[in-house]
Design a protein around this ligand. Structure first.
Ligand code: SF4
Length: 685
């Protein structure tokens, strides 16, 4: 007999619905869920291979302390006692959580509640800081709230799609397939790709702007200047200053700054200005920059100024990288916000304190990802709980992260994998439930809350992350506030908080879901917030009313500049068939066949100049570190810059850790690292 369980893919922020077909013999096949509005049955190659990642080999199945297997009760008692001792001696700021866009909303909620609500410091941040925190700043500065004013169905209604810093064909494949289909059905819809590299996404581009790396903001500031003469018909806060700066960005200056043909720049501007409906989809190429927040606002500015927002087929659309980056934002998984998108202002702190029954709510933002691990390195943070992520591979300047963890008195890691680069430094290892075993909700790029449902039994002694947090919280003395038995209770609490003493101006209100029964929670269909709105693609309730802001943006170039010692600029990113640090996809032979080892893509002219040949090995080094990759000579690459994928860890490719090269330079507003820009040199290896 075959049993079918509907769930959500655990990889990218598209958030595709899947169906898990399980048989009595234990076999599992995964197919796309035709009823899920994110994908209508489509899956990319990673999602289609999910069934091949479900084996228990390589799993962490029992708690361990100092490398020794221990009983859960002992592990929890000992961990809570060590945490309490550190809090007593050094205060709550000596403790931190580092969470993940892989966690379910319920896991995230529990961790945030313990850290910010009861331990009493803001130190919970997440690997989502590395992927979309600049986009959050952009939305908050422009709209007054972290609100994504688009949905996927807008792609089927627009006249122009601008993809800025996004290789959607590889990083968000099902969304890209939807875009391809939309263009087939309406060939008049134009697609512009803004990316220094010619990527697979360019296959449907009517115009590819292969701009100078990091110069994106100028394209949009110059466009704002064009729009100001004809289309800016609203009065926004900041409008005068934004337009004054824009006035300097003439066609010639912009083309020169971006190192583009002025005819191409003019074409883009004309298409945008003349389109009735336009969308800009942006992701890591924009966000991962020392001025990423400003780049996001440069994009939002042109949509606000031209009225291409708040209507079907319009808007600035930040694509999230992970399955639950958005859910993490909702529950306060970023160190600079409280639960339910609340801020660290007195009213929100008091509101949260009343709801949680706590007088220990954190009063100031905590440490953001890069600075969090720097604080670990300085010995200021003495206990860090890393949940479902592998920061030793994904954070910049990874050798410093390794040093920091090696000297940290208490490193707690909850993970599904038995071996990761990070787990080598764990004092305490908690075995977590994996996809297919855990049960809860995630929120995708278009704010769609979907259920991840369990269809496999919990193996060994693996437990849900929320359960571990609740057990520790109870041992720290917060028994009543963490007395959950099922994720539905956590979701209900989260939903109730979103509407608790809400003054009505907040976009995020899902309180209509607060009273779901266990059965209703189990059966919950995918739903976009704000749930009260008639159409999720619009933010009608938020029409320009004086709260919207044109943020003045002065375009600038990246902090990393090439020089005679490090003459090339390194760009990093995803490949089609791997996910993050490969702990899951790296186990699937057919996914490994696509690209078998780290490569360095380089323009033919640079290959000759630096004496490297196609398929030869090359050592690439920055001021931070080095790695070895296989050369891929390609004129898809701009001269002067090279590209290396981000996935390989020491576990999968010795000498293959790209983030050992990347500096921890961050956007001052978002704390997002400039992972797209590192000065490097290469030599044949
Ligand atoms: Fe999963 Fe993303 Fe592929 Fe959809 S597009 S199947 S969410 S990896």
């Amino acid at each position: 007999m075959t049993n079918i369980v509907r769930s959500t893919c655990p990889y990218c922020g598209v958030g595709c619905g899947v169906e898990a077909h399980t048989t009595d013999s234990g076999s599992v096949e995964i197919s796309g869920d035709k009823r899920h509005p994110a994908n209508f049955g489509r899956l990319c190659v990673k999602g289609a291979a999910l069934g091949e990642t479900l084996g228990l080999e390589g799993r962490l199945l029992h708690p361990e302390i100092n490398g020794e297997r221990v009983e859960w009760n002992l592990a929890l008692d000992e961990t809570a006692a060590r945490l309490q001792a550190i809090i007593d001696q050094f205060g709550p700021k000596a403790v931190a959580f580092y969470a993940s866009g892989q966690l379910l909303t319920e896991d995230y909620y529990a961790a945030n509640k313990l850290m910010k609500g009861f331990i009493g410091a803001g130190n919970i941040d997440t690997n989502s800081r590395l992927c979309m925190s600049s986009a959050v700043v952009g939305y908050k500065r422009a709209f007054g709230a972290d609100f994504v004013p688009c949905s996927y169905e807008d792609l089927e209604q627009t006249d122009l799609v601008v993809l800025a810093g996004s290789n959607a064909a590889w990083a968000h494949p099902v969304l890209y397939q939807r875009l391809v289909q939309a263009k087939q059905q309406r060939p008049q819809m134009k697609v512009v790709v803004i990316d220094p590299r010619r990527t697979a996404t360019c296959e449907i581009a009517d115009l590819h702007l292969a701009l100078r790396p990091g110069s994106d903001a100028a394209l949009f500031v110059g466009l704002l200047n064009i729009l100001s003469s004809s289309q800016v018909d609203n009065t926004f806060d900041g409008q005068t200053a934004a337009l004054e700066i824009a006035a300097n960005w003439t066609l010639e200056k912009t083309a020169d700054f971006c190192q583009l043909d002025s005819v191409d720049v003019q074409t883009f501007w004309q298409w945008f200005a003349q389109a009735n409906r336009a969308m800009t989809l942006y992701t890591m190429g924009i966000n991962q920059s020392a001025s990423g927040s400003d780049k996001c606002n440069a994009i939002i500015n042109v949509h606000l100024a031209s009225g291409k927002i708040g209507r079907p087929g319009c808007g600035p659309f930040s694509l999230t990288g992970q399955p639950n980056a958005m859910g993490g934002r909702e529950v306060g998984g970023l160190a600079n916000q409280l639960a339910c998108h609340m801020s660290f202002d007195a009213a929100d702190i008091a509101r949260l304190g009343r709801f949680w029954g706590s007088e220990r709510i954190a009063e100031t933002p905590g440490l953001m990802a890069v600075e969090l691990f720097e604080a670990v390195g300085r010995g200021e943070v003495k206990a860090v709980w890393i949940m479902g992520t592998n920061p030793l591979v994904s954070l910049p300047d990874s050798s410093r992260v390794a040093q920091a963890l090696a000297n940290c008195p208490l490193v707690i890691v909850s993970d599904v994998a038995r071996e990761t680069d990070t787990l080598r430094y764990a004092t305490v290892k908690f075995p977590a439930l994996a996809w297919g075993e855990k049960n809860g909700t995630v929120t995708n790029s278009e704010r769609r809350i979907s259920r991840q449902r369990a269809f496999l039994p919990a193996p060994g002694e693996a437990r849900a992350d929320w359960w571990m947090v609740a057990q520790i919280a109870q041992r720290l003395g917060y028994r009543q506030a963490f007395n959950w038995q099922h994720p539905q209770q956590i979701f209900s609490e989260h939903a109730a908080l979103s509407g608790y003493q809400n003054n009505g101006t907040r976009a995020f209100d899902i309180s209509v879901l607060a009273n779901l029964s266990r059965e209703q929670y189990d059966a919950l269909e995918p739903v976009c917030w704000p749930i009260a709105a008639e159409e999720p693609s619009l933010f009608r309730s938020w029409r320009p009313d004086g709260k919207f802001q044109l943020v003045p943006v002065e375009p600038c170039l990246p902090q990393a500049v090439a020089d005679h010692v490090y003459p090339l600029i390194l760009n990093t990113g995803r490949i089609r068939d791997q996910w993050h640090t490969m702990t899951r996809t790296g186990r699937v032979p057919r996914l490994l066949q696509h690209i078998t080892m780290p490569f360095l893509e380089i323009h033919p002219r640079d290959a000759i100049r630096y004496g490297v040949t196609n398929k030869g090995l090359v050592r690439v080094a920055s001021r931070q570190g080095g790695m070895v990759a296989r050369v891929l000579v390609s004129d898809n690459q701009r001269p002067g810059s090279v590209f290396v994928p981000m996935h390989w860890s020491q576990q999968f490719a010795r000498r293959g850790l790209i983030n050992a090269l990347v500096a921890g330079v961050c956007d001052p507003h978002s704390g997002q690292p400039e992972s797209k820009q590192t000065a490097v040199r290469i030599q044949r290896w």
